[in-house]
Design a protein around this ligand. Structure first.
Ligand SMILES: [Zn+2]
Length: 251
């Protein structure tokens, strides 16, 4: 199994509103955008403007996600979304490598250290990130294949991931936001083999409802149908970009 870089999902979710680059950028064949993780060099110092800038970003993002989660009945998740950003490892690294609204502080941290402790902590503590849902697959290991495989996400976390993406898209696009943006971002930043194909199908299905029918209809579907455990809408056409995920999957 090949592993593809996933610049998009991570940059987006860790960095609400800070964007993941120009809309003119297009993924290459592997689905990644060159230079996407390249943050701005930072002196790594803690300053009041970085501190308050980061605090504001996190608070605005949490409020937007909470609004969405409340509308679909996920009250606890709405209240606790991304709370680990206040843990010391995430908070202080994000302040130190704050990118002044240009992109995720994780990218600045990567420039300085080669990896982001903040992100590694974040994905480990937040179940609305599909990167959280990977595990060693015993059957794959027996076959001698690369054993780390995606695990299907429970629906309530897929729904929270949807709200996270909508919120990030709104913050990032500001007055240019439309109901079409979250799907566009998903297609551009597909998770490849790291997201379970069923999870990808469910997420893309909801994003397509949002794209075609708007937020009210989408949220009604999520609340009254998807989160009630009904079968996922069948006729969701996977985008050509997303289709290989199904083919490469064992399910
Ligand atoms: Zn998160």
């Amino acid at each position: 199994m090949t592993r593809k870089a996933d610049w998009y999902q991570e940059g987006w979710e860790k960095c609400p509103g800070q964007g993941t680059g120009s809309l003119k950028e297009r993924p290459n064949a592997a689905g990644s955008v060159p230079g996407r993780y390249a943050g701005l060099p930072s002196d790594g110092k803690i300053t009041p403007d970085k501190l308050f800038g980061h605090l504001k970003t996190v608070t605005m993002h949490r409020m937007l996600v909470a609004q969405g989660c409340f509308q679909i009945g996920l009250y606890w998740q709405g209240l606790t979304h991304d709370l680990s950003k206040f843990s010391p490892v995430e908070f202080w690294n994000s302040v130190r490598y704050y990118q002044y609204g240009k992109q995720s502080p994780n990218n600045g941290e990567r420039v300085a250290k080669g990896f982001s402790e903040s992100w590694i902590h974040h994905k480990g503590h937040n179940m609305h990130h599909y990167e959280h849902w990977t595990d060693y697959n015993v059957e794959a290991a027996k076959r001698g294949e690369f054993p780390i495989r995606p695990v299907q996400m429970p629906r309530r976390y897929v729904a929270e991931m949807l709200m996270d993406r909508i919120a990030a898209s709104k913050t990032y696009m500001k007055e240019h936001y439309t109901q079409h943006e979250p799907l566009k971002y998903y297609i551009r930043g597909k998770a490849g083999d790291l997201m379970h194909p069923q999870t990808a199908k469910e997420l893309e299905g909801m994003l397509r409802i949002l794209d075609v029918r708007g937020e009210a209809a989408c949220f009604r579907y999520v609340k009254n149908y998807y989160l009630k455990g009904y079968p996922v809408v069948r006729r969701v056409t996977l985008s050509p970009e997303a289709a290989p995920m199904r083919r490469s999957s064992p399910t």
